[in-house]
Design a protein around this ligand. Structure first.
Ligand SMILES: Cc1cc2nc3c(=O)[nH]c(=O)nc-3n(C[C@H](O)[C@H](O)[C@H](O)COP(=O)(O)OP(=O)(O)OC[C@H]3O[C@@H](n4cnc5c(N)ncnc54)[C@H](O)[C@@H]3O)c2cc1C
Length: 386
């Protein structure tokens, strides 16, 4: 494989290899053919939900667990989704890595019994709302969405921004603060709840097949049973999110691989001055720079999966992986786009969508700056951001 120079995929176990190849086949047959059209259309292709339902046992043969029982395979899922269609990587990441994981880690027995099975089988879809119009990097301190106790239940007010999948999700996890200093709570808001108002963000230049929204919480009344009992302060949210940066590092690596593979093919086939452009030294230089970035990213991801399996993840290691992989991804997609000349901006040639989608990945799950500062804090013991 052109994009696996150090043979990292050769290290998969027989079971991982079988499932990885089946996943590749699924993505090539079911997702690749519709990805450009969905991106152009700017709507999530709803028919894929059923298709994901059809492969849920391939993804998690032993049922849903969080953190994932097999971090390497969890990473590979995100890598392959990123390689073929980064919008699908977001759909999957928000549904499974943010919403389902939050219910599993922070929910009550009743909430888990009701949601985890159907969500892990893609029969019910989840969304996750932490970020707000005025609060992103500073979510730990800047949240303004508000939860007020009202008799036996709660009333939510405020706004959320981005929340992937929310337009069609059966359940959205909402994070809100109360008047008690330091108290942050989580709620499960079901589709159709009065006062839960959604406005699509339609002007995106990245991840266009993901449905992102602004949510207005207009006195949303919820029973106590909708509250996630194990979410009481921001660090509880962080528990559920810990693996998000790990997953996005893999996604970034997949996006880089997808763009590189398309650029490599193009360089071999495209002729200028009577020869394939791959025969020119400056083109080879670009291909090697891309391959070098990707090989480094893959080494980081595979090693981090082993650390996750044997030791668990702290804050700094996934943050460093995101810094390395998102930075590398951005350089790779730029080189790939450049190598295709004018065709680099047309969807047909397999690089433009990855080039645009990479911009969202660079900023979500913590911007490059915030992940850098998390690693800086670990190295020095001094927080430079709060
Ligand atoms: C496509 C997409 C999907 C998303 N999906 C979801 C979702 O499903 N659910 C959800 O809750 N959120 C989601 N998000 C939100 C995402 O997590 C935020 O965009 C991200 O955390 C950055 O926040 P921000 O956009 O508000 O930028 P800001 O925090 O406003 O940052 C703006 C700039 O300031 C810099 N900056 C901020 N603070 C500091 C500092 N202390 N020191 C140095 N630089 C600083 C940042 O690095 C950045 O360059 C999504 C975002 C995108 C783009």
């Amino acid at each position: 494989m052109t994009s696996d120079i150090y043979g990292l995929f050769d290290t998969l176990s027989d079971d991982q290899r079988t499932r990885w190849l089946a996943l590749r086949q699924f993505l090539d047959q079911e997702i690749a053919p519709i990805a450009d059209a969905a991106w152009l259309d700017g709507h999530f292709p709803m028919q894929v939900v059923e298709k994901f339902a059809g492969i849920h046992q391939l993804l998690i043969p032993d049922g849903f667990s969080w953190p994932p029982a097999d971090p390497l395979f969890a990473g590979l899922i995100k890598l392959e989704l990123g390689r073929v269609d980064p919008s699908m990587a977001s759909f999957f990441g928000v549904h499974w890595g943010l919403a389902t994981a939050s219910i599993e880690v922070l929910g009550s027995d009743e909430q888990r019994a009701r949601w985890i099975g159907p969500m892990s089988r893609f029969e019910r879809i989840g969304s996750f709302a932490l970020s707000e119009p005025g609060s992103g990097s500073d979510a730990a301190v800047g949240l303004t969405a508000h939860a007020r106790k009202d008799g036996d239940g709660w009333v939510l007010t405020g706004q959320k921004k981005w929340s992937g999948n929310a337009t069609f999700a059966d359940v959205t996890v909402i994070v809100a603060r109360t008047d008690t200093p330091g108290q942050v709570l989580g709620f499960l808001v079901e589709k159709g709840t009065p006062g839960f108002e959604l406005e699509r963000i339609d002007d995106k230049i990245a991840k266009r097949a993901v449905e992102n929204v602004v949510i207005t919480l207009n006195d949303v009344r919820l029973p106590e049973s909708a509250r996630l009992p194990k979410l009481n302060r921001f660090k509880d949210v962080a528990k559920a999110l810990a693996i998000g940066r790990f997953a996005v590092a893999w996604e970034a690596t997949g996006i880089a691989m997808g763009a590189f593979e398309a650029a490599h093919l193009y360089a071999m086939e495209r002729h200028q001055f009577g020869k394939p452009i791959a025969s020119y030294q400056l083109v080879q230089d670009k291909l090697v720079r891309m391959a070098a970035e990707i090989t480094s990213m893959q080494c980081v991801c595979f090693r981090l999966a082993e650390v996750a399996r044997t030791q668990g993840l702290d804050a700094a290691r996934p943050a460093l992986a995101k810094v390395i992989c998102a930075g590398g991804m951005r350089r790779v997609v730029a080189l790939a786009r450049e190598l295709l000349g004018g065709n680099g901006i047309c969807l047909e040639y397999g690089v433009a969508r990855h080039f645009a989608d990479a911009e969202a990945v660079y900023s979500y799950e913590g911007t490059q700056d915030m992940n850098t500062l998390i690693v800086g804090r670990a190295l020095t013991g001094i927080s430079a951001f709060v």
